[in-house]
Design a protein around this ligand. Structure first.
Ligand code: NAI
Length: 244
């Protein structure tokens, strides 16, 4: 089944983890993929590995200048941009009393400013063609909060707010905007959590395990496809029921 046949997708944070699995899935669904990531070597390696006209663009999404340049270049290279997956994100955890201003600011820069910059730079191409699919990475912690993650939670809750706002602003232009809220997924981001905590999280999850990057990629693909044509402004939890 090629649900994304001939679509051009930008995937931020596509060099690793969920973003890489998403690039793989999108290619299998017939899309052409532009990977935007800050890490050069891994980004180039991933693009080469995936083949199928996958191009890597080194972009720090916290720089609007770099994002605008990459948007112009990607549009020029592929002739259009149909799908934007705002997936790049980081954590820098600490409790309220220990969190430094730098940790607060850095996570806001990547997870909130970066999503705004990419959408601001790419959505005009979608408006012009009267079609677009935007999917943003939130998190279950953006809905429920989490100990030691003030900065991260603020950004992931903010992403849900921006998603609803853009769904209202861009709907008449043929653009849907949705978010996904993953639970705990087995990527580098989660591997930094102590084993004891991982075991506890698995125990709290009715499905009894962490999620796999491919399971998030499947949700991104669904929301980017025609099957989701009347879904906009939604936040889809993909979390093994950890939150109920
Ligand atoms: P990851 O750490 O494996 O990959 C993140 C990617 O983003 C990396 O390739 C990194 O180089 C890139 N990146 C970081 N800063 C960047 C910047 N300034 N500009 C461009 N690229 C940048 O993370 P993972 O686990 O794949 O997460 C992907 C998204 O899913 C993130 O937004 C994360 O917050 C979200 N998420 C992940 C969960 C998990 O359990 N892994 C749970 C809930 C949400």
């Amino acid at each position: 089944m090629e649900r994304l046949k001939d679509k051009v997708a930008v995937i931020t944070g596509g060099a690793n983890g969920i973003g890489k699995a998403t690039a793989q899935k999108f290619i299998a669904e017939g899309a052409q993929v532009a990977i935007w990531d800050i890490v050069k070597e891994k980004g180039e390696q991933t693009a080469q590995e995936l083949g199928n006209n996958t191009k890597f663009y080194q972009v720090d999404t916290t720089s609007f200048e770099q994002v605008e340049k990459a948007a112009q270049q990607t549009h020029q290279d592929y002739g259009k941009i149909d799908i934007l997956i705002n997936n790049a994100g980081i954590t820098q955890d600490a409790t309220l009393s220990k969190m430094t201003i730098e940790q607060w600011q850095k996570v806001l820069d990547v997870n909130l400013n970066g999503v705004f910059y990419c959408t601001k730079a790419i959505s005009p191409f979608m408006v012009e063609q009267g079609y677009g699919r935007i999917v943003n990475a939130s998190s279950v912690v953006g809905i429920y909060g989490n100990f030691g993650q003030t900065n991260y939670v603020a950004t992931k809750a903010g992403v849900i707010g921006m998603t609803k706002t853009w769904a209202k602003e861009l709907g008449r232009k043929g653009i849907t905007v949705n978010a996904i809220a993953p639970g705990f997924i087995a990527t580098e981001m989660v591997k930094s959590i102590p084993e004891k905590v991982i075991n506890m999280l698995e125990g709290k999850t009715p499905l009894g395990r962490l999620g796999e990057p491919e399971e998030i990629a499947n949700a991104y693909a669904f929301l980017a496809s025609e099957e989701a044509s009347f879904i906009s402004g939604a936040t889809l939890s993909v979390d093994g029921a950890v939150t109920i």
